[in-house]
Ligand binder design. Structure first.
Ligand SMILES: [Zn+2]
Length: 113
């Protein structure tokens, strides 16, 4: 098997959908199965049908991959910011608890004196 920009052997059409060499967006290469059927006919599967088959196996398109990467990057940045906020609040809470404990100890010391 190999990827090709154009189906050049006869018949230059997709085995699944029958589409020929047409301009498609996004431009996805076609798959040449490099096998002959019916005494010399070529075997191609167009890029769209390959992507459709890949989706059946759970693969995602390059566009979906880019979208997911952007989402992951955004979520990581958000997580980083939230962790920083949490650590800041934990330090403040720890300082408040220490101060309250010191005050309680001081009051006990004065009451017993
Ligand atoms: Zn096709």
């Amino acid at each position: 098997m190999r990827l090709v920009d154009r189906m050049t052997q006869h018949p230059p059409t997709c085995l699944h959908c029958g589409r020929g060499n047409t301009v498609r967006e996004p431009n996805i290469p076609d798959l040449d199965l490099m096998r002959e059927v019916n005494w010399g006919d070529s075997t191609y599967i167009c890029g769209s049908c390959v992507m459709e088959a890949a989706a059946l196996y759970g693969y995602i398109s390059p566009e979906q991959y880019e979208d997911l990467e952007l989402t992951i990057k955004s979520l990581r940045e958000e997580r980083h910011e939230l962790r920083a906020q949490l650590e800041k609040k934990q330090r403040r809470l720890s300082a408040i608890s220490s101060g309250r404990e010191a005050l309680r100890d001081e009051r006990k010391e004065r009451a017993s004196a």
